[in-house]
Write a protein that binds this ligand. Structure first.
Ligand code: GUN
Length: 310
């Protein structure tokens, strides 16, 4: 039987680490970290995510809030909002919630966020830094939040040096999760494979993986008998599926089946999701530290928050 990684407990530990350092920074410099989130249109899941981000930021002593913009805004209008926040020295982090309406030029939007305020790590300069830094996790870079959260979970479970040489499979090749996740696993000396919708024999690829990161976006795609005995499984999927009572959230992995083979696995909800938000706050702290000329704090090694399955 697996251990279940209690993402809420890991994230609570990371948020209190951020809160403590944000308080220290404010006491030393008089500057309170500030994060501004832009929400375009009313994608219901996005609205729920940004509310959680804003509430968690406030609880960690981070200033700022959510700016809601109409779905009808065009690229120029959104770029003007970003330019305003970019020019405001009291703003340390800017996040534009994705997905954006199809009429908006996403690449232009991401490239318009000043790299030093890019708490998502999606600006091309930050993407390049991630791939080219010899030690991206030790370099105070702004790293994409979901992959960063996954790495902190893996390091807590396997140890920082316990990842070297492991066969890691990332299922999904998005810019938000799959590609940066692969870069971070590679930086920890894993042997990394990226699988995607055109990959042949996904079950066989999964059975090889000692570390499996599922970021497919389709419910319960990865079955229990695809999981290698003793693997560590991180499920990034958040899929709403109908039930007789209404609906519920499930991951990309068939969780119950997978617990019979994995050594450790994240649940959905309550696994990777809370870590994404906590990492956003950590990135805001890094950006604010840099803005006042302070060295950003090194990322913490989190305790193991494990629960026995079943
Ligand atoms: N939509 C889903 N995940 C993310 C994320 O990490 N950042 C942003 N900006 N939008 C998202």
């Amino acid at each position: 039987m697996s251990s279940i990684l209690d993402g809420r407990a890991f994230a609570a530990e990371l948020r209190s680490w951020v809160a403590e350092r944000a308080r220290e920074l404010a006491m030393r410099t008089g500057v309170r970290p500030r994060l501004e989130v832009l929400l375009v249109g009313d994608h219901p899941a996005s609205r729920a995510y940004v509310r959680t981000k804003a509430r968690m930021a406030q609880e960690a002593g981070i200033a700022g809030g959510v700016r809601e913009l109409p779905a009808s805004i065009d690229t120029a209008g959104l770029l003007a909002e970003i330019a305003r926040l970019g020019a405001d020295p009291s703003v340390h982090g800017i996040l534009v919630q994705l997905p954006l309406p199809s009429a908006i030029d996403v690449a232009a939007v991401l490239a318009a966020i000043p790299p030093e305020k890019d708490v998502d790590g999606f600006h091309p300069l930050n993407v390049g830094r991630l791939w080219s830094a010899p030690r991206p996790l030790e370099s105070g870079l702004l790293l994409p939040c979901t992959p960063l959260g996954c790495m902190l979970l893996l390091e807590a479970v396997c140890g920082k040096d316990g990842l070297a040489g492991k066969r890691a499979l990332v299922v999904g090749r998005s810019n938000i999760v799959g590609k940066p996740m692969a870069a971070l696993l590679l930086a920890r000396d894993c042997t990394v494979t990226i699988a995607h919708s055109k990959s042949r024999d996904l079950p066989a690829l999964c059975r090889e993986a000692e570390i499996l990161v599922a970021a497919v976006g389709r419910p319960r795609t990865i079955r229990g008998d695809w999981i290698r005995e003793g693997a560590v499984v991180l499920d990034v999927g958040i899929n709403r599926v109908p039930t007789p009572e209404g609906s519920r959230l499930v991951g990309d992995v068939a969780f119950e089946e997978a617990t019979r083979r994995a050594a450790a696995i994240t649940p959905v909800p309550g696994g990777v999701g809370p870590m994404t938000v906590a990492c956003l706050l950590a990135n805001t702290l890094v950006a604010a530290s840099r803005a006042v000329g302070a060295t950003p704090p090194a990322l913490p090694r989190l305790r193991r928050h494990l629960v026995a399955a079943g």
